[in-house]
Design a binder for this molecule. Structure first.
Ligand code: URA
Length: 188
């Protein structure tokens, strides 16, 4: 099956998913968005209110900042692929529970298998903690690249950090610039 067909099949599966209770209160599933041919896959935490409304990842305030950071390294969101650790909105934007993350995990693994990104960018501690729990807290490893089991990763603060702490924006943009550097170092 073509990549695009495989990803649409996955979206259909996520739409019908009842593996955890999050679907019950969500308005829409938010499986992911962007180019299936992207070399970079961004992985956030979970949909917020706006994402839940529109069924698309990172379309609220944090998404606007993500768009600005992408633009700062000459990328548009259509050029990259964006997904989340959980595909339905945790009510009131609470943290996803471990069992919800666990239930949703196979979808993310399948997405990675379909897209085969050169670089997975973990946005925030939930995403980083799920992929690379051994590297330490995001406050210590943000902006750094890692290779684990033949897959390259980059640890970045979640864009929302720049919304509630304006002083962090500079760090966010500085870290973001390292994406292109990391990408160039990854062998084909
Ligand atoms: N925060 C996330 O982690 N993901 C989104 O899609 C939106 C906000």
């Amino acid at each position: 099956m073509e990549k695009q067909d495989s990803i649409f099949q996955l979206y259909a599966d996520v739409k019908g998913c009842q593996k955890c209770p999050l679907y019950k209160l969500a308005k829409n599933p938010v499986p992911g968005d962007g180019s299936v041919n992207s070399q970079i896959m961004f992985i956030g935490e979970g949909p917020g209110e706006k994402e839940d409304e529109l069924g698309l990842p990172f379309v609220g305030a944090a998404g606007k900042l993500l768009d600005a950071m992408l633009e700062s390294i000459d990328l548009k969101r259509e050029d990259v692929y964006i997904a989340n650790v959980v595909k339905h909105r945790p009510p009131g934007n609470r943290d996803p529970k471990p069992e919800e993350v666990e239930a949703c995990w196979p979808y993310l693994l399948e997405q990675i298998k379909i897209i085969k990104p050169k670089l997975i960018v973990c946005l925030g501690r939930h995403s980083l903690g799920r992929f690379l729990p051994q590297v330490g807290p995001i406050s210590q490893v943000h902006g750094r690249a890692f290779t684990y089991r033949n897959q390259a990763y980059m640890a970045l603060y979640h864009p929302a950090v720049g919304l509630y702490n304006g002083g962090m924006r500079e760090t966010l943009f500085k870290d973001f610039k390292k994406i292109q550097v990391a990408l160039k170092k990854i062998p084909n």
